[in-house]
Design a protein around this ligand. Sequence first.
Ligand SMILES: NC(=O)c1ccc[n+]([C@@H]2O[C@H](COP(=O)([O-])OP(=O)(O)OC[C@H]3O[C@@H](n4cnc5c(N)ncnc54)[C@H](OP(=O)(O)O)[C@@H]3O)[C@@H](O)[C@H]2O)c1
Length: 225
Amino acid sequence: MSAARTAIVTGGGRGIGAAVARALTARGVSVTVCARTAVQLERVVREGGAVLAVAGDVSREEDVARVVMAHERELGPVDVLVNGAGILARGRVEAISPATFRAVLDVNLVGPFLCARAVIPGMRARRRGRIVNVASISGTLGTPEASAYNASKWGLIGLTKCLAEELRGDGVSCLSVSPGSVDTEMLAQTPFEPLMTAEDVAKVIVFAALDAPDAMTGSNVEVFG
Ligand SMILES: NC(=O)c1ccc[n+]([C@@H]2O[C@H](COP(=O)([O-])OP(=O)(O)OC[C@H]3O[C@@H](n4cnc5c(N)ncnc54)[C@H](OP(=O)(O)O)[C@@H]3O)[C@@H](O)[C@H]2O)c1
């Protein structure tokens, strides 16, 4: 979305989200970072990667409302939402608990739904907005011991395409970016070697957020490394 003034980046405390916050800030966007660990968010702000830190859990509707309200109060209307918050749980289907499976879906899929739901009315009213969902190449693949994660990312790509169709004609667009193996704390929990940095992926997410034409709405941009 060209000339975006403000953005909320969930998962902005470390890894890909923090790199996106820094890259958006470098493009002149006023960024709010959100995650559960306040001390990590505050470090991103202290180092100039964002202007506002609001701790919250994207799977909790009341936290999402609080983040959006704080952003609007301090920085104004939300032009861009980057849904970067995510968790991983590994284990074979019969070994992971139903509670763990649900927790992954809650953060990786319900979280982006709740965040999108909170910003869409304002974006629609202003006929101005862009939502970028950080999915994964796992959102088009099957991987052993990653059923909850992969299912959440398949769902997130589906949510992206549904949002694009629902918002078509309203001046609001929605894309997903699907990275492969990125050097972050999350990847360190897997057997996979890093093939790119968070900064590499942030460049693509910033393209999706600021530069990609509205005609790309609904697209899933893959970044393999
Ligand atoms: N690393 C990869 O290879 C890779 C590949 C493809 C896609 N991705 C996706 O990229 C995104 C970022 O991952 P990453 O690799 O940067 O992982 P990371 O270093 O573990 O960072 C994840 C971020 O999400 C936040 N988060 C987790 N649960 C949250 C919740 N319930 N509410 C709010 N924030 C929450 C974390 O902070 P708190 O724990 O403090 O809440 C952290 O800031 C994720 O969606 C991930 O699935 C990563």
